[in-house]
Design a protein around this ligand. Structure first.
Ligand SMILES: *Cc1c(COP(=O)(O)O)cnc(C)c1O
Length: 445
């Protein structure tokens, strides 16, 4: 049983510098409540019998201050996974961040046509850019790609049948599956082909009076290898055109045009050129922008999607819109995009430059060995693509260092492998090397 008399009072803890900092930030009442909670935890968990009361008061004050930190914090990603869904996917380009900041700090002509002084559309900021970059007639952006898919199917196939290959019934992540998104849109799913092979004949045989849409989904996060076959976008689009049925190509990752590094990844420009009625993809995967869902394609189909009531429910916010506009502007010059957009810069960085950064990190830490590592694009794209990388390996047999780094400030995330903690240099910035080293030196071990 703890000796309750040996715990300091709330007022005693309030005199501590950390508690004063918390009171200045959040007010006296919030600070006192946080201290009471920290004291309760202390009382419940350990025997406070012989502790030094001054030390305990300082510790309680620091705990109360630390607990008041915002939940969302900047973390340093040393996992080697460039698009890490748990870590917020794509970091923004500096100029995209500034664009969001500019419109966030004041008023913005979000839905105002400044030339005419009349109501305008928020889509005007990005639709022409998306059309230019993909070769589509028109475009529309929404909150994310799952919303884009849901909206398109709701608008183009209500109560109708949507034909999809069994090889493309993907789970996107966190339990969300394509068949369920279709069901939620009020369409009936018609599965064709087998998991490993689907032919154009399978699609053709399934077309009937109720067919409303041919759907092609990029199985972004896995690969079927061996005896496989799927139908090219051009062949599916031509089949749809013969029957007067639209074809939607969910390319997923947001590659705008072919990129030699991402050979197997479908891109929006090729899908449009192949005749897809609509394409949809994410803004925060390989496009390297904010969370968004981008829809591009034929004018009449985009217009039908835009007019559906759900379009309002899944509309994009002004901050994401501003960041997306700037990200798309960077993409107009592919060389500039590769320099300025962090996701593309990290993916394209030569292995030797990554190795040099790993060596700088090891030198700054003063221990650890630089080892060869395999980085990934991640985020449900390019599951087969390994990016040659380098990491600093530190012994961590019980993962105690990994846990301490996760709880540090700023938190650092690495990869635990074979009793070692690997800090991959491909996903950390030059400016972050010192911070990662400082976090390791500060971690209790
Ligand atoms: C990632 C992905 C989605 C979902 O996109 P979000 O932007 O995460 O909503 C849908 N379809 C495919 C093929 C994807 O890869």
């Amino acid at each position: 049983m703890a000796d309750l008399r040996s715990l300091p009072s709330v007022d005693r803890v309030l005199a501590e510098p950390a508690a004063q900092e918390l009171a200045a930030r959040a007010g006296h009442d919030v600070a006192a409540n946080a201290i009471r909670r920290a004291l309760d935890v202390r009382r419940a968990t350990i025997d406070v019998g012989d502790g030094d009361r001054d030390l305990i008061a300082a510790e309680i004050a620091r705990t109360a201050l630390a607990d008041d930190r915002p939940h969302l914090r900047r973390v340093l990603n040393a996992t080697g996974v460039i698009l890490h869904t748990n870590l917020g996917r794509a970091p923004l380009a500096a100029s995209a961040l500034r664009a969001a900041e500019r419109v966030a700090a004041g008023y913005v002509n979000l839905e105002l046509d400044l030339a005419e002084g009349q109501r305008g559309s928020r889509q005007t900021a990005v639709a022409p850019l998306v059309a230019e970059l993909t070769g589509a007639e028109d475009a529309l952006v929404v909150a994310n790609n799952a919303a884009a898919l849901h909206l398109i199917v709701s608008a183009l196939a209500p109560g109708g049948e949507v034909i999809v290959s069994r090889g493309q019934l993907v789970e996107i992540g966190d339990g969300f599956r394509i068949p369920e998104i279709l069901a939620a849109s009020g369409a009936r799913l018609v599965e064709v082909g087998a998991t490993n092979r689907t032919t154009i004949g399978d699609y053709e045989a399934a077309i009937g009076p109720a067919t409303a849409l041919l759907l092609r989904v990029h199985p972004s996060n896995y690969r079927v290898v061996g005896f496989t076959g799927d139908v090219a976008a051009a062949e599916m689009a031509a089949l749809g055109a013969r029957h007067g049925i639209p074809m939607l190509d969910d390319t997923g990752s947001g590659l705008l045009g072919p990129d030699p590094l991402f050979v197997d990844e479908p891109d929006a420009r090729s899908a449009i050129a192949a005749g897809a009625t609509l394409v949809c993809f994410s803004g925060d995967k390989l496009l390297g922008g904010p969370q968004a869902g981008i829809i591009a394609g034929r004018r009449e189909s985009v217009e039908r999607v835009r007019r559906h009531p759900l379009a309002r429910a899944v509309r994009i916010g002004k901050l994401a819109l501003a960041a997306l506009e700037e990200t798309l502007r960077l993409h107009r010059d592919p060389a500039l995009a590769r320099r300025a957009i962090p996701v593309l810069r990290m993916a394209h960085e030569p292995a030797a430059a990554v190795r040099a950064r790993a060596e700088r990190l090891a030198a700054a830490i003063g221990e650890g060995t630089v080892v060869a590592s395999e980085a990934r694009v991640g985020g449900g794209s390019l599951p087969g693509l390994v990016l040659e990388s380098s990491a600093v390996a530190l012994p961590d047999p019980r993962s105690a260092l990994a846990a301490a780094l996760r709880r540090g400030d700023p938190p650092v995330l690495g990869r635990t492998f074979d009793g070692r903690l690997l800090l991959d240099a491909r996903t950390i910035d030059d400016d972050e090397v010192e911070q990662v080293a400082a976090a390791i030196l500060a971690a209790p071990r």
